[in-house]
Design a protein around this ligand. Structure first.
Ligand code: PMP
Length: 384
């Protein structure tokens, strides 16, 4: 079969070096991507018909789960971190260098896939209360995975600190092959820049610059800051709105300038974990990636787990969209904002990942889809 294929395409007679891109026999054919890295970015912007009809606003979602390496917005970030490190000479492709990262999953999955494509190893530290699908996927991608108990940021076993320490141990050990790089998604500029040069400009172009608000949750803060920095420069009146799950301090940070509501939390100990089944968004510290864009965030909307679960069901029942927990939070916040702004506005948010990555946790909490007698009106969801 392969010799027939090669004859048809005339490869064997040309005898060209196919590792050299200029020798690819791609002339005249359609859009061929260069590896999985070529499938990152330029994601579709989708009008959610059900939410648009129910609110009278146009609700558009950037389909980030269609990024083609690790299937989330973190593909953009992982590629940006790796390319920046390569430009700085900190990583060399196909050298067997190791990338260490602390992640709740998505960034690890993106890094692990791109590491395979570029000849690196991935070593991922993650909290052990994240959906098992994510660590399973990481193992199948050949990453080394350390699952640790959720712990406060000051704890050396906390997943981010552990990854930083593992990278330092690698560098200090002469027996380790190649260099060890700590990817550092929470603090590195390469994170928000991926959204400043990718997600933000794409939203601007796809909407023709006609949008009233951008809504997003924040984990590292890279998405909201990068998109806000780009959009506010082009459209000073665009509203940037944070969607925040229970237990996260960011809502209060945006609303009142402090992580904890002084009335509620006076004298109480700072919480170290967010109290939610939502993964990937909500945090109790100001990271560098949140810091660079935080003054541009106009408002924050709190979303309960029940609201997120009901919205995930709504999106399947009405639109055939099967999304993960942070995407559902974004859509609840977009619908709440639509109610606040009134009909006739255009709101953009993100669908971060697929529900397939959340079957055992977030989706395990939902009622069976279809045939339910429950009142699944948008007002009832927002009221949950
Ligand atoms: N959704 C998911 C599923 C995530 O994993 C993350 C990142 N942890 C986010 C949303 C939030 O993105 P950011 O880190 O850019 O704030």
């Amino acid at each position: 079969y392969s010799s027939r294929f090669f004859k048809i395409h005339n490869f064997d007679t040309r005898k060209k070096n196919l590792t050299d891109e200029s020798n690819y026999v791609g002339e005249g054919v359609g859009d061929i991507k260069q590896g999985i890295e070529g499938c990152i970015g330029n994601t579709p912007l989708i009008r959610i018909k059900s939410l648009s009809e129910a609110t009278g606003c146009e609700i558009l979602v950037k389909a980030e789960f269609l990024n083609g390496a690790g299937n989330s917005p973190k593909d953009r970030v992982a590629l940006s971190i790796i390319q920046t490190a390569e430009e700085q000479g900190l990583l060399t492709p196909h050298s067997g260098d190791t990338i260490y990262e602390g992640t709740v999953g998505s960034t690890g999955i993106s890094l692990a896939a791109i590491c395979r494509a570029r000849g690196y190893k991935a070593h991922i530290c993650m909290p052990d209360d994240m959906a098992i699908e994510k660590s399973d996927l990481l193992l199948k991608l050949g990453a080394e995975v350390e699952r640790v108990r959720p712990a406060p940021i000051v704890d050396q076993n906390q997943f981010v600190n552990l990854a930083r320490n593992r990278a330092a141990e690698h560098s200090a050990n002469p027996d380790k092959r190649g260099s060890g790089l700590f990817a550092d998604q929470f603090e590195t500029e390469a994170n928000w820049r991926a959204h400043f040069t990718g997600t933000g400009p794409e939203i601007y172009e796809q909407t023709g610059g006609f949008l009233d608000a951008f809504v997003s949750g924040a984990g590292t803060g890279g998405t909201i800051s990068g998109v806000a920095l780009f959009l506010k420069e082009k459209l000073p009146d665009v509203k940037i709105v944070l969607a925040d799950p229970p237990g996260s301090g960011l809502y209060n940070r945006v609303k009142y300038g402090v992580m904890f509501d002084p009335k509620e939390r006076e004298g109480t100990r700072r919480r170290t974990q967010v109290d939610t089944i939502v993964e990937g968004i909500g945090i109790n510290r100001v990271t560098q990636n949140f810091e660079v864009g935080k003054e541009l965030i106009d408002d924050a909307i709190r979303v309960t787990d029940d609201q997120a679960i009901a919205m995930a069901r709504w999106l399947v029942e009405n639109d055939g969209i099967f999304c993960g927990s942070s995407s559902a939070v974004n859509c609840v916040a977009a619908a709440k904002l639509a109610k606040q702004l009134g009909p006739g506005h255009r709101i953009v948010t993100l669908l971060c990942d697929s529900g397939a990555r959340h079957l055992s946790k977030f989706w395990a909490n939902t009622e069976p889809i279809g045939g339910s007698e429950d009142d699944l009106s948008l007002d009832s969801i927002i009221g949950l």
